[in-house]
Every structure is written in structure tokens, then in C-alpha cells.
Design a protein. Structure first.
Length: 175
């Protein structure tokens, strides 16, 4: 309301509830996410370059959109299980298919091990990316990140990207 320079009550002329307002924001974010993820996953880059780009986007997006990431974290908690199911169905269907497609292409190209199920690999990669987002936006995850990676981790993006990618490569890379 503040950014739009309207009163909070004016917002409710367009949205019946806070949840409606939140879902509209989420769907706006989902369409932006879809464009970004599709651009990366459908590029001609090899799968490890795609994963590196996704890690970088997760870090940068989380820094720029802390409030959205915090809302996502809050609204997808167990206390909002019905809302969490709806958001998961809308949002995760985009990323799950994109990541699965990238992993399958990596397997066909000989870059990714073929003894790993693409769906499970996509799920685990997505969990890493989601945790990165929360670690750059949500207080609890920020503190956890500093405990594990050092107080200065937020000034060491290259270090973070390199280590996350090294971890993913060790798990997925074809020998």
C-alpha cells in the first residue's frame, strides 16, 4: 500500500483477504520465475553452467526480494498447509519440470550420472536452491548460514557459488 501510495483499505477494494493479495503477489513472482528459469534451462549451456546460473539467480533474487522470500517461507509453513499445497502446485510445477528437463538433458549428454533418477535429483537441487534463498532472506536461515559458513559468508558470493556447485557436481557429475 505504501509503495502504491494508497491506503490499506483501498487495497481491499481489489483483494478480499490478505491471502488473495499474497496469492496475486506469488503468481506475479511465479511468472517472473518462469521466465528466468526457462531462459536458463532452455539455453545451450551445459547442465553445470545452468546450475551455476540458477545458484547465482537464487542469491541475487533473494537479496533483492527479501520480503517475498520471507512471505513464501511463512505462508508455506505447516500452519498454512492448504495454502502451501496451492502454492506448491503452482510454483513447484514450473521448477520441477525445468530442473528435471535439465538433468535428463545432462544425462543424455553424458554430463550427469544415469544411475540417478531425474525427478529425485531435481527435487534435491531445488531443495538446495530454496535453502539458499531462505539463507539470504530469512533471519533464522541467515543465522544458520553464518554458523555453518562463517560470519562473513554474505560478502563471499563466489566462495558460496563455487562450493555449492562443487557439492552438486560431486553428487551428479558423470565420471
Amino acid at each position: 500500500a505504501k509503495k502504491a501510495e494508497v491506503s490499506v483499505s483501498s487495497l481491499y477494494k481489489y483483494f478480499d483477504t490478505k491471502t488473495d493479495l499474497f496469492l496475486t503477489s506469488v503468481h506475479y513472482g511465479i511468472s517472473n520465475l518462469e521466465v528466468i528459469v526457462d531462459g536458463i534451462v532452455n539455453s545451450c549451456d551445459d547442465v553445470m553452467i545452468k546450475l551455476e546460473k540458477l545458484i547465482r539467480v537464487a542469491i541475487e533474487f533473494s537479496r533483492r526480494n527479501k520480503v517475498l522470500i520471507k512471505l513464501y517461507n511463512e505462508f508455506t509453513s505447516e500452519s498454512n498447509s492448504e495454502l502451501a499445497k496451492k502454492i506448491a502446485a503452482d510454483m513447484e510445477s514450473i521448477t520441477s519440470q525445468a530442473y528435471k528437463q535439465a538433468i535428463i538433458e545432462g544425462q543424455v549428454a553424458g554430463e550427469i550420472r544415469t544411475d540417478i533418477d531425474p525427478g529425485m535429483a531435481a527435487f534435491l537441487v531445488d531443495n538446495l536452491l530454496m535453502n539458499i534463498q531462505f539463507s539470504y532472506a530469512c533471519d533464522y536461515y541467515c543465522e544458520r548460514y553464518k554458523i555453518y559458513a562463517g560470519e562473513d559468508i554474505f560478502q563471499k558470493d563466489e566462495f558460496a557459488v563455487e562450493n555449492i556447485l562443487r557439492f552438486i557436481k560431486a553428487a551428479l557429475k558423470s565420471k
